[in-house]
Design a protein around this ligand. Sequence first.
Ligand code: ACO
Length: 379
Amino acid sequence: MTVCEFRAGLEGVPATQSSISFVDGQKGILEYRGIPIQELAAKSTFLETAYLLIWNELPTRDVLADFEHEIQYHRRLKYRIRDMMKCFPESGHPMDALQASAAALGLFYSKRALDDPAYIRAAVVRILAKVPTMVAAFQLIRKGNDPVQPRDDLSYAANFLYMLSEQEPDPFAARIFDVSLMLHAEHTINASTFSAMVTASTLTDPYAVIASAVGTLAGPLHGGASEEVVEMLEEIGSVENVRPFLEDRLERKQRIMGFGHRVYKVKDPRAIILQQLAEQLFEKFGQDKFYDIAVELEQVVEEKLGHRGIFPNVDFYSGLVYRKLGIPTDLFTPVFAISRAAGWLAHWKEQLGENRIFRPTQIYTGLHSAPYVPIDERQ
Ligand code: ACO
């Protein structure tokens, strides 16, 4: 069957059937495997949520402990991967470093047994375990330091913050980071997940799936937005400057980063939770003007664009939270990749279940039977 109506960006076109997550963009609902995101943010952990997404059940205490233990065991990188990362230019973007390193994992774990549940589990564990270590390793390497070895006594979130700063984080900060990881873990068939699914549908290895998704997440219209939000808040500089800044941007037809969403036409439920987390963080670790600028910006954007369904998306407050946790701005998107890896892996596994290679059609707009003009006659 050929569907002939062309929809730019595949807007509204169902491209798969999935039971992993559900979004209602009009009501502001997000559920992972049917569980509202607010429930998970309040009660779960990132690794438990990742397990839920990938294996479609909440793990028992023992199952979760085994999963956490396996991930902890596989956190370290092979020295050859660390050496490879040392050859990357320190001026390179950490997303490019992550994409290259994720792809490189395939060189080391090349056996491909996609119908073997043990292989699937080992790949899931390896990817969830090593992606944070690779992000932190590149951060230290580009500063001229040796990567810090992961600490087995720290949780997933705390260990990442430790590897980044070489200091054990405050438990409250680590919990907030863990919640933030949960909030970004999955979001139906967004661009990077679609990219992961298309790659998965060729039955390539899972490291190629993750590398392709990382490359897609890197763009400023997708995961790259939180980085630009912080740069924008810095450019605004003061609460008084919010309105003139916004009016100038809108007059020049420029987008306000961190606002608007293909699916949500109300405030993104993740932005609501992240705003609460940001408030708690600023309360505990000291106020700074960026939070006030952000709140004012949200109000003025709502006034100017709210009637068009443009409200804060997940990236608006996540940048503020990450900044307060001491995460460098250009690591925001790699941090997004750490959490979204859970969703990508869930879709990889689901895709393998009833796989058919993605091969959509196109509406051809070019010439037919065009002449081949000899090179000397071309103008
Ligand atoms: N600021 C100003 N205007 C906007 C914004 C914005 N942030 N977002 C959408 N609009 C306007 C567009 O200019 C367009 O106006 P027009 O109809 O007059 O041309 C209209 O709203 C529709 O915009 P589209 O780009 O067609 O909407 P789409 O659903 O394709 O875009 C997107 C969604 C890409 C997220 C968009 O809102 C945007 O660019 N936002 C800023 C970047 C951003 O924050 N990205 C992160 C998204 S969340 C995530 O990926 C995790």
